[in-house]
Design a protein around this ligand. Structure first.
Ligand code: ATP
Length: 252
């Protein structure tokens, strides 16, 4: 079953004057099935941020349609959109976005608290996810008292604690050293293979993308090519590098 279906998704910035308009997305088609781990890659200016903002409900497409977990997203607005985001989506960002005034467990409990669930139950659920992600010993510390890798693990816990239909990750390894990046990517693999989480990763990083099942490459707001992992991750990594070199070489 498809969790996400983007159909001819288009975004034109810049109002009525055709001379100043920018066509950031130009008819993007792709879908993500339940339990899949998909990456989006593309050079700078290709439209990745625009696409992510639309998928996250932070911006609206000017054309096409977007369905997430059976809901046509463009039919939602205001409070309904906010509620939809909170319930159906989980977010992992490059800079972790944890609140410094809350401990890790309080950060993870926050999305559930916003849902007005009962306090004790919320706390237990947050603790269970943190334990599962190896943060049992550190959950009562503040973000600035733990490493970047641990902060990002807590951010992943926060993204999955409410069991969203889809987790959106925006350059999640961008602020991590290579050992922490690999640990995070192994965690994504675990969530995907063992817990059946559906993940959409937007990244420049070929190593991060090589952990996914398949990649959608975009260029100039259009799908440029698609790549599916068939052999080992190392082989997939080499194929990604080749595709990127052609993609970059084909830049006008
Ligand atoms: N608010 C805006 N108004 C006008 N044009 C915009 C706006 N935001 C982005 N663009 C343009 O839309 C195109 C796609 O930009 P976008 O930021 O989505 O690309 P990107 O792939 O995320 O780039 P990067 O990897 O550098 O972050 C670019 O040509 C950009 O200049």
């Amino acid at each position: 079953m498809a969790v996400l279906v983007a159909n001819a998704l288009t975004k034109v910035y810049g109002g009525g004057d055709p001379g100043t308009q920018v066509r950031a997305l130009d008819g993007i088609n792709f879908s993500v099935d339940e339990g899949e781990f998909v990456a989006i890659m593309g050079p700078s200016g290709s439209g990745k941020t625009t696409l992510l903002n639309i998928l996250a409900g932070l911006d609206q497409a000017t054309g096409g349609s977007l369905e997430i977990d059976g809901q046509q997203v463009q039919q939602l607005s205001g409070d309904d959109m906010a509620m939809f985001r909170r319930q159906k989506l989980g977010f992992v960002f490059q800079d972790f976005n944890l609140l410094d005034t809350l401990t890790l467990v309080e950060n993870v409990a926050l999305p559930l608290t916003l849902e007005k669930r009962r306090g004790r139950q919320v706390r237990k659920q947050a603790e269970a996810v943190l334990q599962q992600l190896g943060l049992g010993q550190t959950m009562h510390r503040y973000p600035y008292e733990v490493s970047g890798g641990q902060q990002q693990r807590a951010a992943v816990a926060r993204a999955i604690v409410h069991r969203p239909a889809l987790v959106l990750a925006d350059e999640p390894t961008g602020n991590l050293d290579s050992a922490s990046s690999r640990a995070l990517l192994d965690l994504f693999t675990e969530l995907h293979e063992q817990a059946g989480a559906t993940l959409l990763l937007v990244t420049h990083d070929p190593l991060a993308a090589s952990y996914s099942d398949r990649i959608v490459f975009i260029k100039d707001g259009q799908v440029y090519s698609r790549l599916e992992r068939e052999g080992s991750r190392q082989q997939f990594f080499q194929e990604i590098l080749q595709t990127l070199s052609v993609l970059e070489g084909a830049r006008s």
